[in-house]
Write a protein that binds this ligand. Sequence first.
Ligand code: HEC
Length: 415
Amino acid sequence: MGAVHGAIGGSRRGATAAGALLLLAGSAWGQANLPPGPGRDVVAAKCYACHAFEARVGNGYTSEGWDTVLRMMRNQGAPLTADEVAQIRPYLVANFPEKNKVPAVIVPGPLQVNMQSFQVATPGSRPHDPLATRDGAVWYTGQMSNVLGRVDPKSGQVREFALKTPHSGPHGLVEDRAGNIWYTGNTGSLVGRLDPRSGTVTEYPMPEGKTDPHTLAFDRDGILWFTLQNANQVGRLNRTTGELKFVTMPTPGARPYGMAFDPRGMLFVVEFGTNGIALINPATMAVREFKLPDAGARPRRIAITPDNKVWYTDYARGTLGRLDPASGEVKEWLSPSGAGSAPYGISAIGDTLWYSESESSPNTVVHFDPASEKFQSWPIPGGGKIVRNTSVTSEGNLVLANSLADTVTVVTIPR
Ligand code: HEC
């Protein structure tokens, strides 16, 4: 998510002439490079308004995946008639098939988990983050349908709450003590609060240039902290006064991403644009950066165990890593499906780690026990389709949002 935010944020706020020219030049280049075939002209006409098409294709999609993408784009506001969808679907399926997935390596072990999945209400929602709340519900951000969804795992009932600013791109979410759900509106450059009792949404827009609000968490004093990936900053919102404060990461382009508080209340942020982990003192906003030993490391999500060890998924190198902030020592383990497995969403449950491999086919749930240094893993029914974040229920079960499968999954762990 780099350029696309700049472009979307820019046009929403009134792009500069130079910015607009750059966009046009970029899309002209891309359109010229589209492979020939029926459907090409429709893609050229319809798929460059918000982002360059080729910047988003990545490793391609299955035919089912392209259906999901087209649903998501229509939810996001792409003006596509049913006729145009029928023209471009076969073109996309033929020219941009799914590639570069690694076969999932499933590691057997002693734990028996049970996985139960729930379909989100609107197809093409791209459920980005899940959140298990204290009342036993599972929430998700419908990034492409501009809703927050609430699943009751007991009844299977799903309820959607519409947000205010159109296409605000709800991304991360967190619960406050009163049961309100706070979220980042990633494309809308805002932080929002939903009161589930009334359905009322309150928005806190970011100041100019503070783009890409991403992941969020409350500190002990009830201050809301959030990363701004593209702006290379971490922000905080005082809910009582509405005051916003920001701090810039020392490394340019560090892309602050996942975040977590340690048991002492210190904030750790993984930097997805570099091999870094930032430690932020919430009282002073002073930042200290730890450099991971491998320059190619790209830590994406983070979890902290009760012993103050900081765990991260290295998306670029396929490893699970552990930083001891006291000594600066780093230790890494190769994920079961290997270097190309793209470990992503991660949670600590007690002393052990649970995460998902997002480029293995199918995606997996992986368990790692630091005491024995042993892995165990399971395929996610339905393929998983990129678990971008995970959450933990009050009973200590894992929750996944399967972004391109339009489902959320509760992984029940025996104990
Ligand atoms: C109205 C704006 C808009 C238009 C028009 C648009 N897109 Fe998108 N697209 C988005 C946004 C916003 C995202 C989200 C960026 C992200 O999070 O990756 C996105 C993401 C994508 C992704 C990545 C999705 C994923 O989750 O893996 C693909 C692929 C894509 N677009 C293809 C297309 C195609 C094909 C078209 C033309 C039919 C198109 N887009 C037109 C707004 C648009």
